[in-house]
Design a binder for this molecule. Structure first.
Ligand code: SAH
Ligand code: SF4
Ligand code: F3S
Length: 484
């Protein structure tokens, strides 16, 4: 990776290079000049605050944005009282949007106190024309706006804002491009997300992601393997392979390769201990993948398999391309191969046209599968998606009642499910200090389940055997089994 590129060696009097990522390193060096000037004037480094909304993809993108910010000399702020505030936004549900507008109101008051403060917005919400129009009209104190497809140009856009002093807006409709080898500032030293693909081609009828993230593009396997190798060299033991539909990885590459084949290559990387991935679309989950998971020593025994609804009729309307029966038989096949697997899911309640009977089918799937946990969502109308114009939208009150019933069911089952490991000693990756309990650490099982146990900070980042003494709803209390 280019993290160690020396910006001092870049000739700032020359024209910017045309090829990437060299062009962005050139602009990072330019931005660093601006930062130095700031330091001379203010006697301190400028502070930047980044807030990420939405999914793991956005979290990973933010690490890249923060990589650029630290490379050009910004210090990290832990709240919005900073010189630069960057929001990486999500628009998957209306609620995600509203949160950002709410925060912008707060930023306006901060900017009144500190007029030199820069406000930058990026991510999925910015890919919507109506959002950008609204920002231009009603949020004129925003300085920089860019989208998901040109995120790699952050340094160049920031420099444009610095040098022009004017609001900079750059949104692309789509891209074929994947720019590799940009700096990155990872949140954890021992685990990391790794993009394997971008975009989505599935067009589930409720979902805005394909419109804001563009068409599906897979990274070359060599690039992925090299990135993981260098992560492992720098101390990473767990990776999470990221994509909206990892099961269709590799189909569009010049030399096509399946997701299962990619996993076999990743498995070979020495020093890597744990492999996770998300998200798996049930329609593309192959027998080959189940076999690879079964024989792997590194792939975690956890699978996030969003069902969305239990009604085959609604699933058809959702354009999910599987039925209740095929989902249940897939789950059966997976459990037969990997009996202790932890299955998690996403469920939408109140999709247009959902009847009492449809909802009963969803409850039935939840009872039959017995998920270890489930993210439940109230259907949210997203303008531009086919479901938004369906004329039988479910009244809010009814949807809420169903939502509450579902949540109760999901939580009851999850708390029963979790008890199945009680008393066992399993490996835990220690991830952080427990903020509530002094002297305790928090970590995760291969199954993704959280475990709190007594331990010294030095253990963070290590995988250790822990006896799971007590199941508590959705987590475990445990004690270190070392020396037992
Ligand atoms: N690619 C992943 C999901 C990404 S979005 C997959 O196919 O599983 C994460 C979750 O948000 C989805 O699984 C879905 O449950 C939920 N979601 C997406 N659009 C939504 C909408 N319009 N209303 C409510 N929930 C939605
Ligand atoms: Fe959205 Fe469906 Fe793509 Fe997932 S697979 S991101 S739910 S369109
Ligand atoms: Fe949200 Fe974009 Fe992820 S819309 S869920 S941040 S892909």
């Amino acid at each position: 990776m280019h993290n160690e590129i020396d910006l001092n060696k870049i000739d700032l009097n020359s024209e910017p290079p045309t090829e990437e990522p060299a062009r962005q390193y050139y602009f990072m060096a330019k931005c660093r000049e601006w930062v130095r000037e700031f330091e001379r004037k203010n006697g301190r480094r400028p502070f930047a605050f980044t807030q990420t909304f939405g999914c793991q993809m956005n979290a990973r993108d933010s690490e890249k944005l923060e990589g650029v910010l630290s490379m050009i000399g910004f210090a990290k702020a832990d709240n919005e009282e900073a010189d630069l505030v960057l929001y990486n936004t999500c628009t998957v549900r209306e609620h995600a949007n509203l949160k950002v507008y709410g925060r912008l109101g707060y930023l306006k008051t901060l900017k009144k106190k500190n007029p030199d403060m820069l406000i930058a917005l990026c991510g999925c919400m910015m890919q919507e024309e109506t959002v950008v129009e609204k920002i231009k009209k009603s949020y004129r104190f925003v300085d920089l706006v860019f989208g998901t497809h040109n995120l790699y140009k952050f340094a160049e856009l920031l420099y444009h804002r610095f040098s022009s002093g004017k609001i900079t807006i750059d949104i692309w409709k789509d891209t074929e491009k994947i720019v590799e080898e940009l700096p990155t500032d990872r949140k954890y030293s021992f685990k990391s997300g790794v993009n394997i693909m971008f975009g989505c081609n599935n067009f589930c009828s409720y979902c805005i992601v394909p419109y804001v993230r563009g068409r599906e593009r897979s990274r070359e396997p060599e690039q992925i393997i090299n990135e993981i190798r260098s992560l492992v060299e720098s101390g990473v033991s767990e990776i999470m392979l990221l994509g909206q539909n990892v099961n269709s990885y590799g189909k569009t590459l010049k030399n096509p390769i399946t997701f299962a084949e990619l996993l076999l290559e990743v498995e070979k990387i020495e020093g890597l201990k744990r492999i996770r991935f998300m998200t798996s679309h049930p329609k593309d989950l192959s027998d080959e993948l189940i076999q690879v998971m079964k024989t792997s020593k590194k792939i975690c025994h956890q699978l996030h398999l969003p069902v969305q609804s239990g009604s085959s009729r609604i699933l058809k309307e959702m354009n999910r391309k599987y039925t209740k029966e095929s989902y249940l038989s897939l789950v059966h096949k997976i459990r037969e191969a990997i009996p202790d697997i932890s299955l998690t899911t996403d469920i939408i309640v109140g999709f247009p046209g959902e009847t009492k009977e449809d909802f009963a089918e969803t409850l039935d799937v939840v009872r039959k599968v017995r998920f270890d946990s489930a993210f439940t969502f109230l259907y949210s109308k997203r303008t531009g998606t086919p479901a938004a114009t369906m004329n039988n939208q479910v009244p809010e009150q009814i949807a809420k009642e169903r939502f509450d019933r579902l949540l109760k069911e999901v939580q009851e089952i999850a708390s029963e499910q979790i008890q199945r490991f009680e008393g066992q000693t399993l490996e835990v990756l220690a991830e952080e200090k427990n903020e509530q309990l002094d002297g305790y650490l928090t970590g995760r099982l291969s199954h993704g389940i959280v475990v709190h146990f007594q331990g010294e900070e030095e253990l963070i980042g290590k995988i250790i055997p822990v006896k799971l003494t007590q199941a508590k709803g959705f987590y475990y209390m445990g004690c270190k089994a070392v020396g037992d």
